[in-house]
Design a protein. Structure first.
Length: 243
């Protein structure tokens, strides 16, 4: 493969990866607490290649998650909570602790406070929060849950010294990719009752980026076609000389 076609093909591959990330961001633009993915580009040079620019290939070195806060919207539902500041709600997933910014909680038949997927919400001791009856529920800024004036427990608000060790688990959950990564109590985070955090994947920004990537994709396709046409003409010219 000639250098022009090789570089263009590498660019097409990286653009395809970008399109997949953008499509996922757009699809989750209304998912509560969703954190969008972005890409970090780099250049790849094969060990056997020379140091010329033609042997340098563009690649998406690694995707990364943007943990910036989404907009808060008021719902009036006492079981809806949002975090203002850094941190995550801790819940008990099927295979261990999970962390989420989506505070659209509800009560299970057992009285447990659970997520939309049915995962029990954890208190500061790591246990499930269980409410009794239908009494008035108040959730303070530090996550303390009271019902009819009696303290039931306190929401576990976890944070990490580095979010680089968190990996996505579904649309709006995260888990520690390394077992040695342990969460700590979040500092400076405030719980807002009756509100929910929206996705930080802005539809307008995603649409603009999607158009930009599509245009780049089209230009790279033209480069591949140009390379193929140049190769065809070169072969024909060689054939004419040899005849």
């Amino acid at each position: 493969m000639d250098p022009l076609t090789a570089v263009a093909a590498s660019g097409l591959r990286s653009r395809m990866e970008s399109l997949e990330m953008l499509a996922n961001n757009v699809a989750n633009s209304t998912t509560g607490g969703f954190k969008c993915d972005r890409e970090f580009y780099s250049l790849y040079v094969a060990p056997e290649a020379d140091s010329s620019p033609a042997s340098t290939m563009p690649v998406v070195e690694r995707p990364w998650t943007d943990f910036s806060q989404g907009l808060l919207r008021s719902t009036g539902n006492p079981l809806d909570v949002a975090l203002s500041g850094k941190g995550f709600f801790a819940v008990s997933g099927p295979s261990g602790a999970l962390y989420t910014r989506d505070g659209s909680f509800r009560l299970a038949k057992s009285g447990q406070l659970v997520t939309a997927e049915g995962y029990p919400v954890r208190d500061t001791s790591g246990n499930s929060l269980t409410l009794q009856g239908t009494g008035t529920i108040q959730i303070a800024g530090d996550g303390t849950v009271t019902q009819d004036g009696a303290i039931v427990g306190q929401l576990q608000i976890a944070d990490f010294t580095s979010t680089a060790g968190l990996v996505k688990h579904g649309s709006n959950y995260f888990q520690a990719g390394n077992p040695s990564v342990t969460p700590a109590a979040a500092t400076g985070a405030a719980v807002e009752q009756g509100q929910l955090e929206g996705s930080n994947a802005g539809t307008s920004e995603s649409a603009v980026r999607l158009i930009s990537v599509m245009r780049q994709f089209e230009m790279l396709q033209k480069a591949v076609s140009l390379g193929a046409e140049m190769n065809r003409q070169a072969v024909e010219q060689v054939a004419k000389v040899g005849s």
